[in-house]
Ligand binder design. Sequence first.
Ligand code: DC
Length: 227
Amino acid sequence: MINKPPPSIIALDGPAASGKSTLGRILADSLGYLFFDTGIMYRAITWIALQRNLDLRDETVITELAKKAQIDIRPPSKADGRPCDVILGERDVTWEMRNGEVDANVSVVSAYAGVRQALSEQQRRIGMRGRVVMVGRDIGTVVLPQADLKIYLDASAEERAKRRFDEIIARGEKADYDEILRKVIERDRIDSTRAVAPLRPAEDAIIINSDKMNAKQVFAHVMELCK
Ligand code: DC
């Protein structure tokens, strides 16, 4: 019997904290593929804009920044749970990019058409090489509509807030569940109602709700789909 090769371009979309990155990482590892979390790029632009005190409401300025920014993603240099190092200039901003200030502002930045165009082009160029698991919000719909397998990973806002909360506590930091839940809901609202590339499943995506599944079960299910 001839085994079919696994899908080469895998698009993995879904709302904040649905478990996309965890799934994407183990999926890419087990297939020997590149893992590419596109949220990092939107976060990096937001982080630089905040750092430079730029006006986040100024679409022209933020778009120019997105066109020029050099975002360097390297293999992880520390075993502290990071999937990769994110370097801007010479500075390691891997965890800083996940801070509350970036969380609160990244949806505004990622709603700008010019920002999306600049970043999507870079993502598409990398994705089209194949053997890739690309994670985001619009990978199956806009960045790589020709993907061989499209997964839309969903979970309730409460479950996702709980996972974010546990993650922060595990890093030894303080967290407020209600505050996290409020932010998750607000980010969903902005991500799914924006005019350009809103968060939604592609018509040919397979939708998985992970509320009652742990990471291992979701992974096993997706590996079955890859066969
Ligand atoms: O997955 P994340 O939480 O790191 O994503 C950060 C933000 O970037 C999120 O608010 C939505 C946005 N994003 C996007 O608009 N398109 C993508 N392909 C990836 C992320």
